[in-house]
Design a protein around this ligand. Structure first.
Ligand SMILES: Nc1ncnc2c1ncn2[C@@H]1O[C@H](COP(=O)(O)OP(=O)(O)OP(=O)(O)O)[C@@H](O)[C@H]1O
Length: 316
């Protein structure tokens, strides 16, 4: 296994807030690592430390063998970093933006044209070279931003929520590009709020309150979900959610799309009792069935357990 990214006890504090708390990570070369977690979990701070932009208070990290602090300048040649709000120049065209970043990254002039041509083809932007960046759709803007970050052919790519706010079709297309990069050997470290994207990563870390609470392949996380999960369709979802939360045989309950997801020890017992208990409360049950968990179920329940663990109040 060739190591690409490693951190040990990486810590960052902002005043009394510990944004990242003793993070130990290991990402293999040529893989996609996904960092998932609620707002404020510490994802951006982690990425910024790994890119050598933010100094850790404790611990250390290495990317491609380079120490992110002591060799931070050297490291910049090998990494691409796309922050949540990457600045494209709206009044420059697609081509001009790429040329601008080629200049910034000092891409040798003799290879610039060829490199830009390849990136445009790779990201399906060839037909739009003359358009102003401001006139592109959200998905195209993100692809252009990614292309600008790939102009110097980085071996390690850090993407902070690169597809937030982008429509599902454009998100899929963006991920096709990421898979293409992975196949060429690029290591990708990406934070995302989308579970379908997390499922596409080789490994996923669930971050909460500055800690990685779980770290595994997505399929292992799903397999490790050992409780019974019920999907329940009712006429009054909020009333049903609040009531189910008080029932002794219900371990957890949350709203999942149009349905209630209920976790219990014993499916048959919970199903039979729920229908009766809901009826008593004048809640009509349209459908109730056992389902396999998705990665989203794993994350929702993990975060809820963590919140309970630290005495926090549960949300949805
Ligand atoms: N420059 C800063 N000054 C003070 N506090 C900060 C700073 N940057 C981050 N924090 C705090 O550190 C914690 C982690 O923030 P961070 O931005 O890393 O989380 P995140 O998981 O990326 O969330 P989001 O997706 O909302 O950006 C939060 O409590 C945040 O308020």
């Amino acid at each position: 296994m060739e190591e690409a990214i490693r951190s040990s006890m990486l810590t960052k504090r902002f005043g009394s807030v510990t944004a990242v708390n003793g993070l130990d990570l290991l990402v293999k070369k040529g893989t996609i690592f996904g960092l998932v977690g609620p707002d404020g979990a510490g994802k951006t701070t982690t990425i910024r430390m790994l890119c050598g932009i933010l100094l850790p208070d404790e611990g250390e990290a290495f990317v491609g063998g380079y120490n992110t602090v002591a060799q931070g300048e050297r490291l910049k040649e090998y990494i691409g970093y796309m922050p949540q709000r990457f600045s494209l120049y709206g009044d420059l065209t697609v081509m001009e933006n790429l040329e601008f970043y080629a200049e910034i990254y000092q891409v040798p002039r003799q290879v610039r044209r060829e490199k830009i041509k390849k990136l445009l083809a790779f990201s399906n932007l060839t037909a739009h070279v003359g358009k102003l960046a401001d006139q592109l759709s959200g998905g195209m803007k993100q692809k252009l931003a990614l292309s600008c970050n790939l102009i110097h052919t980085p071996a390690y790519l850090f993407l902070d929520e690169p597809t937030t706010g982008v429509d599902p079709v454009a998100r899929r297309e963006f991920w096709k590009i990421l898979f293409g990069l992975k196949n060429q050997g690029t290591t990708i470290f990406v934070s995302t709020p989308y579970m379908d994207e997390a499922e596409r990563c080789d490994e996923v870390g669930l971050m909460y309150n500055g800690n990685i609470m779980r770290l595994d392949k997505p399929e292992n996380m799903i397999m490790g979900f050992e409780r019974e999960l019920l999907s329940v369709s009712v006429d009054n979802i909020f009333k049903a959610r609040d009531y189910a939360g008080e029932l002794p045989y219900v371990e957890d309950v949350y709203i999942y799309g149009e349905e209630l997801h209920i976790i219990a020890d014993d499916f048959k017992y919970a199903r039979d009792r729920l229908v009766l208990d809901f009826k008593d409360k004048k809640i009509t049950t349209f459908d109730i069935k056992k389902i396999s968990p998705s990665l989203e179920d794993v994350f929702i329940t993990s975060v809820r357990e963590m919140k309970k663990g630290i005495g926090g109040k549960q949300g949805d």
